[in-house]
Design a protein around this ligand. Structure first.
Ligand code: GAP
Length: 448
């Protein structure tokens, strides 16, 4: 950026730049890094876990807490194996894959463009492909000491199936009538053949899913309602203008359980990609789980006494994918006067891992600065740093996406004020020390 006009900025262009920032600042980095990493698995560091927790809290607030027609659960990751027979995963949850007989590598048959030249064939860079075969994506494990097939279980491939398992119990304990929904956030596991694009396609990831149960006659209305709600959510967390679109599925694209589906897509540097799916799943899940469990999951209409299976409208968002979208969208390189540049994350204050950094200009000012940090900590995640050049300390906070830095300087003792610097504009205000919390509360907003 060095030669560009001061004030000019450019968004993220190469994923490598974001991957480097995430590792350098401790947002996300390879799992088991000291062993060389493990493909498709990622660890969130001190900043990443805060970002992810803030995103999950915002989703839970919007989808569960602000509504009286949605209940939350937290189910086990391993379900009764019959669950996955009923859901169709044992039979259908597979991708077509091919192997190269020469280099022994395996690829998804529909993603051979990613394979590149074969490293093992002399005189030709062409791979020697096998015929496509189906490869089931569920991760298996074993339960108990038995060695036979009865011990096989699966790590859940999506968080919604245990919601269907719990439907009857939750409806009864929460005394809910149709229409109502059950939501959960949690880990899902898929043995993806080609994990790629950083955390975008991983083997272990988190989903936030809502299964909303309604009458057949109302499914269209609820589908539109939830699509609108979810789009509003993404805009509210800052994934706005020009970077979000919806894509309805063509009939031949629909999953085996789905009657209608719309993807919410985000424009990543590697193209438009799904971050969330809204699906009309019909009564597929409840009818299959009724059949496989032998338990009647139908409900009774309180007025007509008619028994019926509700249909399901699902919203299913990837937590890691949305974090990645947030990071891509927030990343910016900005030219500063004097040929310098800074990298910043323009994260929405509600999502920012650290809300405020307290930075005394000198270690001699540690006492009032620590006192202020202690007060602010009661409300927000606060970072305290008294070492090093103040410009460099500001840059570090810009890269972490911290909306405000508060500097206690040598004038503070005399005038009882601190300097509050805003991340995006770099504008600075002198604010009385006792008014800093109110000043920040005003600007960080509710939930900030
Ligand atoms: N219950 C429906 C369901 O699981 P899906 O389209 O397979 O639908 C929903 O997944 C969301 O989960 C996706 O939109 C995506 O954000 C996230 N997701 C799916 N597979 C993923 C993977 N391998 N890595 C990261 N996120 C993934």
């Amino acid at each position: 950026m060095g030669s560009e006009q001061p004030g000019s900025s450019r968004p993220l262009q190469r994923m490598e730049d974001l991957v480097a920032l995430c590792a350098r600042r401790g947002f996300v980095f390879p799992s088991s890094e000291i062993y060389g990493g493990i493909n498709g698995f990622w660890d969130y560091g001190p900043l990443g876990v805060e970002l992810k927790n803030n995103l999950k809290a915002a989703w839970w607030q919007a989808v569960v807490r602000e509504r009286d027609d949605v209940e939350g659960i937290d189910s086990s990751i391993i379900c009764h194996p019959r669950t996955w027979e009923a859901s169709g995963h044992v039979e259908h949850f597979s991708d077509p894959m091919v192997d190269c007989r020469a280099c022994k590598r395996r690829f998804r048959a529909d993603q051979l463009d990613d394979a590149g030249p074969c490293p093992a064939r002399e005189g030709s860079s062409e791979h020697d492909w096998t015929e496509p075969r189906r490869f089931n994506l569920m991760l298996q494990t074993r339960i108990g000491a038995s060695e036979d097939a009865s011990a096989i279980a699966y790590l859940r491939a999506e968080t919604c199936q245990p919601i269907f398992n719990d439907f009857r119990r939750v409806r009864e304990v929460a005394r809910q009538q149709i229409p109502f929904g059950i939501a959960q956030i949690g880990k899902a596991f898929r043995n993806e053949i080609n994990p790629r694009n950083f955390t975008f396609r991983s083997r272990e990831f988190e989903q936030a899913e809502l299964e909303f149960f309604c009458r057949d006659s109302e499914r269209g209305r609820w589908f539109d309602h939830w699509l609108d709600e979810r789009l509003r959510f993404h805009r509210e967390i800052g994934l706005g203008a020009g970077h979000l679109r919806t894509r309805p599925h063509a009939p031949e694209e629909l999953a085996h359980y789905s009657k209608r589906a719309v993807d919410i897509e985000f424009r990543f540097p590697f193209g438009w990609q799904e971050i969330e799916g809204i699906h009309d799943r019909g009564d597929f899940d409840l009818s299959r789980h009724s059949e496989f469990s032998g338990k009647d999951l139908a409900v009774t209409d309180p007025e007509t006494k008619e028994r019926y299976l509700p249909v399901v409208i699902e919203t299913s968002v990837g937590v890691d994918r949305t974090c990645l979208a947030l990071l891509c969208h927030a990343y910016e390189e900005e030219a500063l006067p004097g040929g310098e540049a800074r990298t910043l994350l323009r994260l929405h204050p509600r999502l920012a891992p650290i809300k405020v950094a307290v930075l005394p200009l000198s270690k001699k000012l540690a006492e009032p600065a620590r006192r202020l940090a202690g007060e602010l900590r009661r409300r927000w995640n606060v970072f305290y740093d008294e070492a090093g050049n103040i410009g460099r300390r500001y840059r570090r906070q810009d890269e972490a996406g911290t909306p405000f830095c508060v500097t206690v300087d040598f004038d503070s003792e005399a005038d009882g004020k601190a300097t509050v610097r805003e991340r995006d504009s770099m504008q600075q205000d002198r604010v009385p020390l006792e008014a800093v919390a109110a000043y920040l509360a005003d600007r960080l907003g509710p939930g900030g």
